[in-house]
Design a protein around this ligand. Sequence first.
Ligand code: UDP
Length: 340
Amino acid sequence: MAKQRVLLTGGAGYIGSHTYLALVDAGHEVTILDSFANARQSVIDRLGRIIGTEVDVIEADVRDAHALGAAFAAGRFDAVVHFAALKAVSESVEKPLDYFDVNIGGLTTLLRVMDAHDCRRLVFSSSATVYGVPDETPTPETAEFRGMNPYGQTKIMGEQILNWLSASDPRWAIGILRYFNPAGAHGSAMIGEDPRDIPNNLMPFISKVAKGELPKISVFGDDYDTPDGTGVRDYIHVEDLARGHVLSLARLFESGEGHLVNLGTGRGYSVLEVIAAYKRASNRDLAYEIAPRRPGDVPIYVAAAGKAADVLGFRTEKTLDEMCASSWAWISGPHSGGTD
Ligand code: UDP
């Protein structure tokens, strides 16, 4: 595939940093734009050490039209992969304006600047959360939108904005990727998920218990209508997920048209199965207790993975055991948990 100049917003974050490496590996020229509101500066050094050259990075907020304009004027980008957004469900309920401001305001600001600079190829991070509580599992892309919280609503609105924009001007080609549950870390163990606060998500929470930084896992509900009563999710290795973005970008340039796909494995694991897998990978005892259901939680999210295979040729390669092993190598290694 031809080399493209790509602007990667949110490229210092968890999925963004792994996608950076996948894009560079595929031969693209990538500039990261990140505000570092929820990412560490040291990620950039570590990315540089992995690829063996300096990383091109701009510190800016996606809501800053002036900074974006300057980046486009200097970078002449062919495409944007847009990660920069807020993503914590419970925080979105407490601070809805922040979520609409960053996730919607940031998106429309970016789109305007892209349009002004004749750059109309975009890969957009969406989420399985747009399905709310789906009627069908595995869930196909045709399932209806169901917003359950401000975060989910921003992903629905983001997709709708992009659909209206594509309908208004055929020069746009936009790939919308609905992620299921990303997990694991890069094979180098130099980058991974590294929340500064107590993690909301299961996998990083388990990793901190394994490391001894948190005492025990709370399993949120064991009375769901699932095989063992605990919540089931489609965990996807972050390196597989990152590769999905490279394929999406390639498809946009080949076809000149947009696409909408789930990125998941098509297979679900329960909370207890994930804990058991992490125990095997880390060789640590993992204390857990059954706790009440978490408000707003969905019993099962599993992707129908066929469309991503058909449209992008995307198939996941890595197993849950590999997600746990790479997560453990990262979290128990020297590069996680910095103070910057
Ligand atoms: N979960 C849990 N304890 C935790 C965090 C999550 O039991 O400390 C459960 C949660 O109820 C869900 C699954 O793990 O069934 C995945 O939750 P996560 O927050 O990682 O992803 P999401 O709910 O956004 O899919």
